[in-house]
Design a protein around this ligand. Sequence first.
Ligand code: ADP
Ligand code: MG
Length: 550
Amino acid sequence: MLGGQTPIIVLKEGTSREKGKGAIHNNISASNAVADAVRTTLGPKGMDKMLVNSIGDIIVTNDGVTILKEIEVEHPAAKMLIEVAKAQDEECGDGTTTAVVLAGELLKRSEDLIDQNVHPTIITSGYRLASEKAVEILNKISDPVTPKDENKLLQIASTAMTGKTVGVVKEHLSQLSVKAVKAILEKDSKNNYIADIDWVKVDKKQGGSINDTELIEGLVIDKERVHSGMPKSVRNAKIALVNSAIEIKKTEVDSSIKIDSPKQLQEFLTEEENMLRSMVDTIAKTGASVVICQKGIDDLAQHYLAKAKIFAIRRAKESDMKKLAKATGARIVNNLKNLTKQDLGSAGRVEERKIGNDDMTFIMECKNPKAVSILIRGGTEHVIDEVERGLHDALRTVAVAIEDGKLITGGGSAAIELAQALRDYATTVGGREQMAIEVFANAMEIIPRTLAENAGLDFINTLIDLRKEHKKGNKYAGVNVDTGKVTDMKKLNVLEPIRVGSRAISSATEAAIMILRIDDVIAAKSMPGGGGGPGGGMPPGGMGGMPGMM
Ligand code: ADP
Ligand code: MG
């Protein structure tokens, strides 16, 4: 019953609530803490971070998204920013630090506007206009790139691996990445390139040096042949991909067979033998010299296969079967009885090799393979893991560069060009939104500024020089982190796919807008040991669960 004067309690006891400017400032502080955590890793001279998780595992990395995935933040706004990094990584494989640093800067600068009593909705609508315009400008200043532009693609791969500890072998890894992506290229119905790097299988095995990392035109499977009597190496292999067991089916229900005499037993065994022999005969008759089976292979069948000089692997992964079909041109057969010569694929060589302590099977020298493997080698696990992250960035950036067919220059050159064009654009919009667009334009400069800072350069002088060069029309002028001079990034071969830049801008903007629109944070009472509510006493820069950082 509603009593006339009784206050109405809507929220549960213990719920905390923060409203208005307080909530916005608090969210911005938390976002800045995240941005600050990765800022110092940006660019070729960025530092690495050592992350130690709760069970003591160590990761040394320069990779923005890896750092953000590992640290455990509790603040809801900080979590939103980390989502930006993850989305950027999924879509482009690179530019994660850029996106987060940009989002942090957009938010930091909007605090001034809020303090000047510009309403958040004006800021967000200005940011949205600016972001759309920025992508339009990027397209205008971009250059075309095709799969034939080998050099440009190599430079894109190499730029993507900047700052990773892969330094010395960058060239080697760039070449592998470009070769791999070009191999798996396909075209869709509209004649556009599709570069799905899921068709590049990346394996790693400790041992050897990074330089031994190799591309296999085909597939590497972490399995050995089932029988030592089988050939270890097969040339001009004809490959059967079988998705059914080469065994006699066990009955589903318990059954017993009554055998009365030794003769009957013999007949029964012979019958079984005959069935297995006929299965192997089916395979041998097609001319197959290699069988990759997704299910089991009976011991006796293994023996017959070995006798027929057929190389066989059992219990291959489904994903490997699909890649093998793409690489060798074989068709996966679900019923062994239906296997014909037409289903077979081919490879120049199938071979079992000892890599480190393991025997692996190489299905290699495939003609025009639409799936390939890269086998990463290296002395320690930490090195191998960082090579894997670098390679992932290189593969993705080369792939998106080919898919979009456009590239931009890095080193902060595109950011400065955007800043200038956006300032011009702001005056055409006018009103209060003009202020927001100008702030957005200035925020773009955080990229060259941070690159300069991380290289130990005087960032104010660098920014002044950059603005001057761009005013003169040198749209490729960027930060040369080695000489400290402003240099033409095209001449320095610092190239990036357009998607890395455009996605970083649009996802940073989306995150900033989302965070700015929140003016009321209502948090349920935290469970013991659970996350803190809004403003849970978290100071800027203070995040839980990241000992040993910075
Ligand atoms: P992200 O996670 O955003 O990719 P990185 O640490 O890889 O962060 O740094 C990317 C930035 O470094 C980009 O702005 C890129 O243009 C710049 N960059 C890369 N190579 C060079 C170089 N040789 N000289 C100057 N800037 C570079
Ligand atoms: Mg990068």
